[in-house]
Design a protein. Structure first.
Length: 300
């Protein structure tokens, strides 16, 4: 039994005339007769019987018909759903990014990309999270691309550096270091203070860990957080100091920013894409734009 036989059966049940049914299906009458005969042979039931020049559906055929109609209807619904999905996907980009990108970088990218006439109709869905969760969802095909930290062990993902970030030390405004108006400091000079650290889910965590290891410093960790907003808030109430990227949020928060001396490593943010999946034309267009725009512009 195949789908074509079911379509033929349904049409013949509607027309109850082989010639008319075959004509409406754009096939020959012998082809239709053969298909129905094969279906009856497989089912072991006579579906139609002759009535003069016409045929009429049998009781067995009447019993079978609603199941066939329902099956065909559900298949057509599925085809329509896929068509709608394809239409949406054609002008739609699913983009994930780490929390620090949401305040300034992503709005700038979207504003400039959609300002172009050729891409003004492209729509976006946005997802935020830690690098760990984002990369796992990218592998599960939940979005087209992501802006996050690098995870070297994820061999199925291409990581392309697009943004460099300066790491700074952040304290509360009433912290002793802020009261002294210190603007530059060595990490060794703040080792005694409690630190607010990024959790292991953050892609920045491993990078900061390497800095402490390189300085032979074991930090006194007061707590762990997943994203920058919580870190800035806790620093602002003097719960601890923190090392974090110099983001725009710092300038409008109740914190004091200090440059770190002798921190040679540059922290990059990456465009992450799946190596073995082909992106839609809108996603490819946005990727090309993003690489060019980030190269020509400086983000913090």
């Amino acid at each position: 039994m195949n789908l074509k036989q079911l379509y033929y059966f349904k049409r013949l049940a509607e027309k109850q005339h082989y010639t008319e049914a075959a004509s409406s299906l754009f096939i020959t009458q012998p082809s239709l007769s053969h298909a129905i005969a094969e279906l009856e042979k497989e089912l072991g039931v006579t579906l139609f019987e002759k009535q003069g020049r016409n045929v009429r559906i049998t009781s067995g055929g009447m019993l079978f018909l609603p199941y066939v109609e329902k099956a065909i209807c559900e298949l057509e619904k599925g085809c329509n759903a896929l068509t709608k999905l394809a239409d949406v996907a054609f002008d739609h980009v699913k983009l994930a990014f780490i929390y620090t990108m949401g305040e300034y970088v992503i709005p700038q990218l979207i504003e400039h990309f959609t300002a172009q006439p050729a891409t003004s109709n492209i729509q976006f869905s946005f997802y935020q999270g830690t690098t760990s969760s984002i990369v796992q969802d990218l592998k599960a095909d939940k979005f087209d691309m992501a802006i996050c930290s690098m995870m070297p062990d994820e061999t199925d993902i291409d990581f392309t550096p697009i943004i460099s970030q300066e790491l700074v030390l952040v304290t509360a405004r009433n912290h002793p270091l802020a009261q002294k108006n210190i603007l530059n400091i060595d990490l060794e000079d703040v080792a005694e203070y409690p630190f607010i650290f990024f959790s292991e889910k953050s892609g920045l965590r491993q990078f900061i860990d390497k800095i402490f290891v390189g300085k032979n410093i074991i930090p006194n960790v007061a707590c762990y957080v997943e994203e920058d907003t919580a870190m800035v808030g806790l620093v602002g109430i003097n719960y601890g100091i923190a090392i974090m990227p110099r983001i725009n949020l710092l300038s409008s928060s109740n914190v004091h920013v200090i440059n770190l001396n002798n921190i040679e490593q540059t922290r990059y943010v990456y465009l992450a894409t799946h190596k073995y999946r082909t992106m839609s034309p809108p996603a490819q267009a946005f990727k090309a734009f993003m690489l060019r725009f980030c190269q020509e512009n400086s983000f913090r």
